[in-house]
Structures are given as C-alpha cells and as structure tokens.
Design a protein around this ligand. Structure first.
Ligand SMILES: C[S@@+](CC[C@H](N)C(=O)[O-])C[C@H]1O[C@@H](n2cnc3c(N)ncnc32)[C@H](O)[C@@H]1O
Length: 322
C-alpha cells in the first residue's frame, strides 16, 4: 500500500513496512541528522519541515498514514509526566492529516506509559480524537521480543480502520513470531542479546565498521536505567533515548558488562541491519536508534496491514459479484 509516514525519525518503522512490501511515498521529520540517515538508507522522499507548518494539501493522498508521535511527554521515564506537556499535542497533527487524507488505515505507535498517563484519560482523549476523524480503533501494548527483536521493548500500537470499510476478521495485533521459552508455543524462542550481538567484533579506536566506535565511558552499576548488568541469555532491556547527566543519552551496557554498546550494537538491539548507517555524531546516532520503532516490529505491522487489505479486496469482490 502507499504509505505517508509522519515523525519518521531515521526510518525504523518505514524500513519494516518496506520489507513487508509497502511503499513509503512521503515522510517527514524535523530532526536534521535523522532525516539525513533516512535519505541515505531509505529514500529522498523525506520533508524536513515542522509538521505544524505543512498544509495537508501538500501531503500526497495515500492508503495508510503511520506515525510514532513524539513520546517524551508521555514516557514513564519522564518523571514529570505532565499532561499539559506541549510535545504531547503533536499527536493532533497526525489526527489532522488522517482527517484530511482519509486513508484506509492509520497506525499510531507510542510508549506504554501513555496508557496510564492521567489515570488513562490521555489515551482516552487521543483515541477519541482519532475516532472522530472517522475511524474504528484497535489498540494493544505489544512486546518487541515477540517479533524477533532482542529487546523487552513494550510499545502501544494503535490501528485505525476507516469506518466505511467492512472487515470481518480484523487482523490485530500483528502476528507474533517469537515467544518466551517458558511459554508453551510453536514459535521461535526470544532472541537473546548475547546471540544478537555475537557476530560483531569488539570495537577498536579506529574501527572500520560504521557506527561501531569504541566508547571510553566508564561503567557504573547502580540499578538505574542504563546502569544495570545485562544478562546475555535474555533479550535486552529497553533501548531508551532519555538523556544522561552529561548531555548524552543513556546507553545500555554490552552483555559482556565491560563497556557500553556502540551505536552499531544498539542498532542491532533494535533489529536494524548492519548496513543501515547513521549520520551525525555518535550521540546523535545513539539518539536516532533509541527513538526508532524496531524494523522487525515495523515488518510485522506491515504484514498485519496486508492481511486487512486482502480482507477489503475480498469484501469488494463480494459487493461486485453479489
Ligand atoms: C519517537 S520518534 C519516531 C521514530 C520513528 N517512528 C522511527 O521508527 O524511527 C519521534 C520523531 O518526531 C520528530 N518530531 C518532533 N517534533 C516534530 C515536528 N514538530 N515536526 C516534525 N517532526 C517532529 C522527532 O524529531 C523524532 O524523530
């Protein structure tokens, strides 16, 4: 399907959607380094303006609108959790584009924390605004590890289906491909972080592998996010874009627990392929990686959209032949 992508970042979600056969026809992000990464790895259909300044008439018609609207204000990692945080209001730009473009589907993505913000009132408001744009809404918090990502990343996925489309068996949430070893299931076991990073050599001071720079950062183990011992035999904890006290970002320890991960390793923890190269400084690369939807989760979302599309086509055939 033809997809318009908002808040596209470096393109984690879009890469996954492309891998499942969809075409991204227009993308948008205000973050220069992320847009450059996007352009180099995905395509030059990315617009770098502030979404608030782009009239809907300049955005092409499409079958799907996707967007992981900015989550800092919604994040559980943000201690303030201020309902009035201005960044929270950016979801309204996505509502505006969905309302004006009337795609068949839209996909929203966000942190799990949004479900409890304001005792659930914030999510209720967000969903009601999308519903008023003319959509039936389905939502669920999913775990990225269930889609082959070596990380326990919990994310809210919202699927909107235009109200006039009759679909009998809505495909939602995306079909899981992996499961915990403790669960009785035919799915593959969760991918451990030790295994996911095992093909990458130790970075050296002048490493040839892109984004695989050696980090001199001294490790601390104090139980806080980014300062915990990593179990190589399990999926990693969530990769986060939250800042540290030195103006950088909190970066997970490598599962050898001797050093921090390189941006390349953090990207692998998010299921980016090794040939996806990040532009900008090391800190910027860490931030772009942390902000992203894991491409493998994006791929599962794309496959779910294709299932629903098939159902629509069948419905349309029934209408014509019947
Ligand atoms: C959570 S990230 C989305 C990441 C993306 N979905 C991916 O998979 O890589 C949110 C993005 O919204 C962008 N953003 C924030 N405010 C914006 C604005 N006013 N206009 C356009 N983009 C904006 C940020 O630069 C950031 O890259």
């Amino acid at each position: 399907m033809k997809v318009v992508s908002l808040f596209s970042g470096c393109g984690g979600l879009d890469l996954g959607l492309m891998k499942s056969g969809h075409e991204i026809i227009w993308a948008n992000d205000i973050y220069k380094d992320a847009a450059e990464t996007y352009r180099n790895n995905i395509g030059d259909h990315i617009d770098e303006r502030d979404i608030r300044e782009i009239p809907s008439s300049e955005i092409p018609d499409c079958e799907v609108v996707v967007g992981g609207f900015p989550c800092q204000g919604f994040s559980m990692a943000n201690m303030k959790r201020n309902v009035e945080d201005i960044r929270n209001q950016l979801y309204k730009e996505m509502v505006r584009v969905v309302k004006d473009k009337q795609p068949k589907f839209f996909i929203g993505e966000n942190v799990k924390g949004i479900t409890s913000l304001g005792k659930g009132d914030v999510l209720k408001q967000v969903l009601s605004d999308f519903e008023k744009a003319g959509y039936d809404i389905h939502w669920k918090v999913v775990c990225a590890a269930d889609y082959g990502v070596p990380q326990m990343r919990m994310r809210l996925i919202i699927l909107g289906i235009r109200k006039d489309l009759l679909i009998n068996n809505v495909a939602f949430p995306p079909l899981e491909t992996h499961a915990s070893k403790d669960k009785e299931s035919n799915l593959k076991p969760w991918l451990s972080i030790g295994k996911a990073l095992s093909h990458l050599p130790e970075p050296t001071e002048n490493d040839q592998i892109p984004n695989h720079e050696y980090s001199k950062y001294k490790l601390r183990f104090n139980g806080h996010i980014g300062h915990r011992r990593i179990d190589p035999n399990k999926p990693a904890p969530t990769v986060t874009g939250r800042g540290d006290e030195k103006g950088g970002v909190v970066v997970l320890h490598h599962p050898n627990n001797h050093r921090r991960m390189s941006a390349r390793e953090l990207a692998a923890t998010q299921s980016f392929p090794d040939d996806f190269i990040f532009s900008g400084t090391k800190t910027s690369a860490y931030r772009q990686v942390a902000n992203a939807v894991p491409p493998l989760l994006g791929k599962a979302i794309g496959e779910m959209l294709s299932q629903n599309k098939i159902e629509i086509i069948e419905q349309e055939n029934i209408r014509v032949t019947g």
